[in-house]
Write a protein that binds this ligand. Structure first.
Ligand code: SF4
Ligand code: F3S
Length: 106
């Protein structure tokens, strides 16, 4: 499946949700995740993310490995999101900041 990783945290642009043909995305307070049980590997979301936060599981950088489990876990807890919404007002300030996992809100 595809996986949402660190740079989505506090950016949450939500461009990704509109292209997903099978409604994989689930929304938390400041991060989105993909449900690996729903994702059909269509590839459409990856180029849509302005934060370049989405990877195929097969191309996941080693330091993002923990996001595999995190997407699976949080997809079970968070509600579906299928329509784009405004990002946080300070999203641009956080785009590219490393190691944002410490700011993840559940
Ligand atoms: Fe949805 Fe396709 Fe992205 Fe999977 S790869 S989350 S099916 S848009
Ligand atoms: Fe996050 Fe990128 Fe989607 S920042 S909400 S994965 S468009």
């Amino acid at each position: 499946s595809y996986v949402v990783t660190d740079n989505c945290i506090k950016c949450k642009y939500t461009d990704c949700v509109e292209v997903c043909p099978v409604d994989c995305f689930h929304e938390g307070p400041n991060f989105l995740v993909i449900d690996p049980e729903e994702c059909i590997d269509c590839t459409l979301c990856e180029p849509e993310c302005p934060a370049e936060a989405i990877y195929s599981e097969d191309d996941l950088p080693p330091e993002m490995e923990q996001f595999l489990q995190l997407n699976a876990e949080l997809a079970q807890q968070w509600p579906l999101i299928t329509e784009k919404k405004d990002p946080p007002p300070d999203a641009e300030d956080w785009n590219g900041v490393p190691d944002k996992l410490q700011y993840l809100e559940r």
